[in-house]
Design a protein around this ligand. Structure first.
Ligand code: CMX
Ligand code: CO
Length: 146
């Protein structure tokens, strides 16, 4: 069952400048940063709020590490902006399978590694009314700091 917005993924050309915009404009601080070479991104997670199920909701700011990555290709075509939305679930395997059985293309056979040790998969945007959709099971939804 999908129980919350885990994050909104935002593609940017310059991660440091974009982080500074969110800090200076809204006061959001960086909760976690990492490079995910498999996904081709350098990213910053800004924690916006906690949720009823012990998880949290984030903004995921994404800078490509290479031009041929998903985010690199998308930026070249569209410029900066909202790249994907991610729903949180305790069971990404089961929910991905349920969605697949409804005829939506799930991009990975088995979930891959996402931010902060989470397990993630993606649904094809063309099957989701134009929205690239990610499903996420957090490694430790109750974690306070990383
Ligand atoms: N949102 C909505 N539509 C999108 C999209 C997005 N983010 N990315 C691509 N599309 C659309 C394109 O506009 C294009 O539509 P048209 O044919 O009408 O022009 C179509 O999908 C195909 O796009 P493409 O540029 O040819 O790109 P690819 O097919 O090579 O890749 C996708 C698209 C979704 C398969 C790829 O982006 C992918 O595998 N995404 C999942 C991984 C990912 O996004 N990783 C980065 C984030 C990591 C994280 O969140 O941790
Ligand atoms: Co994401």
């Amino acid at each position: 069952m999908l129980t919350r917005i885990d994050h909104i993924g935002i593609a940017c050309f310059d991660l440091d400048k974009t982080v500074e915009f969110y800090r200076a404009t809204y006061g959001f601080e960086v909760f976690h940063t990492e490079i995910n070479e498999e996904q081709g991104v350098r990213e910053a997670m800004l924690r916006i709020n906690g949720t009823d199920d012990g998880g949290a909701s984030y903004l995921q700011l994404l800078e490509p590490t290479r031009e041929d990555s998903a985010v690199g290709k998308w930026l070249a075509k569209n410029g900066e902006g909202v790249h994907h939305i991610a729903f949180g679930t305790a069971d990404v395997d089961g929910d991905a399978e349920a969605v697949r059985n409804k005829g939506v293309r799930v991009l990975y056979d088995t979930p891959r590694r996402g931010s902060m040790g989470s397990r993630i998969t993606f649904l094809h945007p063309k099957d989701c009314h134009g929205v690239l959709t990610e499903l996420v099971t957090a490694a430790d939804p109750g974690a306070a700091e990383h």
